[in-house]
Write a protein that binds this ligand. Structure first.
Ligand SMILES: [Zn+2]
Length: 101
């Protein structure tokens, strides 16, 4: 129960985190799993990929295939809508964290 509630909360944080990195530079899934691990989120590909997929469907991210060392990798970058959402989410997150820190 407790874990389910937290998971729901974290889903929002993780999506903001993903948008933040997508804005900095295009990333691929395995890179993001490592990045999230460093921030204390242990995410399997089976959890992350559906999130990336749904964010692409919502037009927050765009996918692009790149060939790296003979392998095709899907890279994700931010869309214009993603940037708009990120700007707003960042303000809201900042406002909240100032209060609860
Ligand atoms: Zn990060």
């Amino acid at each position: 129960m407790q874990e389910q509630i937290l998971r729901k909360f974290f889903l929002g944080f993780i999506q903001i985190h993903i948008l933040h990195h997508a804005k900095e530079e295009p990333f691929y899934g395995a890179w993001m799993i490592e990045e999230l691990k460093e921030h204390g989120y242990d995410m399997s590909p089976g959890t992350l990929y559906p999130i990336l997929h749904s964010m692409s469907e919502k037009n927050l991210l765009k996918k692009e295939n790149r060939t790296v060392q003979g392998k095709i990798r899907k890279y994700y970058s931010i869309t214009e809508l993603g940037e708009t959402i990120l700007t707003e989410a960042r303000q809201k997150a900042y406002e909240l964290f100032k209060e609860i820190k």
